[in-house]
Structures are given as structure tokens and as C-alpha cells.
Design a protein around this ligand. Structure first.
Ligand code: PBG
Length: 330
């Protein structure tokens, strides 16, 4: 008597394991989020995101060159907007000379081949910390969509290759696509955060951009009226299919780890590339646990990234991108 199949033959050593491994991570998988601030010579560490920084435009140049030299060829830009420029209309969001618009130009001038994606949402510009215009304790949908379309055109004018709306207003993909086409930006891509859950894992990101909802009368305390309820699965498929019908070139699920069931379902249901955002809280958890010596940083990082790709991610937005490439080159 012997076992009919000896599966361990395929696990006997690293050579055979790597020969039959189904999921391989490479620098090509990554979209690198970058946080930009005003000023000169600024490289500030984000308190709740160890070893992750906000850069002023001059140091952004250096960072972008380093990413390119590591084989990281796509970035996703976010800006931290000074308080005095925040309002409830989005004036600064569409300023042709605003920080985002200058950041796009900076990356493109430094490294023309770098793919530049921009986060399109009102929250870093909002005096109330919301992704839309606030009125009487509510987030206005259609007025916010008009602003998002204007923002997208403004990013395209500055040279963005892709715009990535992360707001979860209804109808924004169609409105953005139409606005881009009307202005002649037929080649500007659209990556939709299509299944974006109302998640407590965004906490460190809101520290990074100082963009959390403010605690004020008549301002919703959370984003639950527009981001998705984390109890829902079928809704994620519907949202995603709607975004594809409205013109999304790439769809995204966010956060990552807790939502890999959704990633696989969407991957099986659609025929466009699927992106996954491993968000700030996921990064913070591993950094904290490894600082305490409770988890092996690189081992857990690679396990998580591989799991995200195995679940169906064609694109991974991750704060670990540089750490992963350094690990791969070791
Ligand atoms: C802005 C936006 C957020 C994130 C990406 N774009 C925060 C939010 O929706 O509150 C979160 C990213 C992260 O946590 O890493 N709408």
C-alpha cells in the first residue's frame, strides 16, 4: 500500500516549487501611491505609516527617478492640500496651477514614460473632509459628479495618463468619460474605484492627507452614504459592471486583504483588468507588528501580495511596492 498521489513531490525543493508556482510577483504588478505636499526639500514621514513619506515637488522628482530605476513604472498621485485652500465647492481641485496639476507635470517632466494616474476625489480639498459637496447634512450626488468631471479634465490637461475616481458617487464614470471625450482627451484612461467599501482601514491615509471627515454639526461623521457596506457582495458586482458599462478601462476593489473573496468574484465576472488597493491600514498593521517583532515583515508582505494576485489582481496598488522590489532583488 502506498499513497495514490504523492503531492509532496512537487514541494520537495525550491527548484521544483518555483517551477510549478502559479503566482509570480514582479515589479510590473505595481501601482505606487505617492503623497505630495507644498514646500521645498520636504520629505515627511507619515506617523501612522512608518517609512512612507510625503514629498514636496523637488523631492518627488528624486523619488520618481528611483522608482523608475527599480522597474516601478506607474504611480498614483495624492495631494495634501493646505487648510486655507479647502472649501465646499472644489475651487482648488480644478486650479490649473494647483498642487496636483503641478505634481502631474513634475512627474511627466522628470520621467516622461512613467504612467501617471491621479486620485479624483474631493476629500483632500473639502473643508468637511468628504468626497462630495456637503449640504444640510448630506452629500450631494449630481453636483459632486460635475465637479469630479471638471477635476478629471483638469488632470488630463496637466498630462495625467489615467484618472482614478475614488469617490463612489453615482454616475461619475459616465460623466467623466463624456467630459474627457468632449475635451478631446480620448486617450486618457479611466480606472474606477468601483467596489470601494466604507472601511476603517483608511485611517492612516486620512492622517497622511489630513482628509478625515470633520466633527461638525450637519456634517456626516462617516462615508457610509456613498462607500459600500462591508456586509455586501452582490452589490460589488453590480457596481463594477455598471462602471464598465459607463466606460471604466480598469476596475478596482478596495481594501485588499479582507476583500479577496470579492476580488475573485469580480475577476470571474468581468473582462477588463482588475486592480486591488492594499490600503494604508493594511500597511500600518504589518509595519507595527513587525516593529514589535511579532511578524516577519518580508515573509508576511510577500504572502499578502501573492494572495492578492492569486485572488485575481492584475494591478496592485500598494505602499509595499518598493519593499517588494528590494526583496525580489535580494
Ligand atoms: C479618497 C481616497 C481614500 C483612499 C484613497 N482615495 C480615503 C477615503 O476614501 O476616505 C484610501 C487609501 C488608503 O487608505 O490607503 N477618496
Amino acid at each position: 500500500m502506498y499513497p495514490l498521489r504523492r503531492n509532496r513531490r512537487l514541494r520537495a525543493n525550491e527548484a521544483i516549487r518555483s517551477l510549478v508556482r502559479e503566482t509570480i510577483i514582479s515589479p510590473n504588478d505595481f501601482l505606487v501611491p505617492l503623497f505630495v505636499v507644498e514646500g521645498q526639500n520636504v520629505k515627511e514621514e507619515i506617523a501612522s505609516m512608518p517609512n512612507y513619506f510625503r514629498y514636496s515637488l523637488d523631492l518627488l522628482e528624486k523619488e520618481v527617478k528611483e522608482l523608475w530605476s527599480m522597474g516601478l513604472k506607474s504611480v498614483l498621485l495624492f495631494v495634501k492640500v493646505p487648510d486655507n485652500l479647502k472649501d465646499n465647492q472644489g475651487k482648488e481641485a480644478i486650479n490649473p496651477n494647483g498642487l496636483m496639476q503641478r505634481a502631474i507635470q513634475t512627474v511627466k517632466n522628470t520621467c516622461p514614460e512613467m504612467l501617471v494616474m491621479t486620485d479624483v476625489a474631493f476629500d483632500p480639498y473639502s473643508a468637511y473632509g468628504h468626497d462630495g459637496i456637503v449640504q444640510d447634512g448630506m452629500i450631494l450626488n449630481d453636483e459632486s459628479v460635475n465637479l469630479l468631471a471638471e477635476m478629471s479634465v483638469s488632470h488630463a490637461q496637466a498630462g495625467a495618463d489615467f484618472v482614478a475616481p475614488s469617490d463612489m458617487m453615482d454616475g461619475r464614470i459616465l460623466a467623466i468619460r463624456e467630459a474627457l471625450e468632449d475635451e478631446g482627451f480620448t486617450e486618457t484612461g479611466l480606472m474606477s474605484y468601483s467596489a470601494k467599501y466604507a472601511s476603517a482601514f483608511y485611517g492612516p491615509f486620512r492622517d497622511a492627507l489630513d482628509s478625515a471627515p470633520v466633527d461638525m454639526k450637519n456634517v456626516p461623521k462617516d462615508k457610509n452614504t456613498y462607500q459600500m457596506d462591508f456586509g455586501n457582495r452582490i452589490e460589488a458586482i453590480r457596481e463594477t459592471k455598471m462602471d464598465i458599462d459607463e466606460g471604466a478601462d480598469i476596475v478596482m476593489i478596495k481594501p485588499g486583504l479582507c476583500y479577496l473573496d470579492i476580488v475573485r468574484e469580480i475577476k470571474n465576472a468581468v473582462d477588463v483588468p482588475v486592480a486591488v488597493y492594499q490600503v494604508s491600514g493594511e500597511y500600518a498593521m504589518l509595519k507595527a507588528a513587525s516593529e514589535k517583532g511579532w511578524l516577519n515583515h518580508d515573509a508576511v508582505m510577500m504572502e499578502q501580495i501573492t494572495a492578492i494576485k492569486r485572488a485575481g489582481a492584475d494591478v496592485i496598488a500598494s505602499y509595499f511596492a518598493k519593499d517588494v522590489v528590494r526583496f525580489l532583488n535580494k
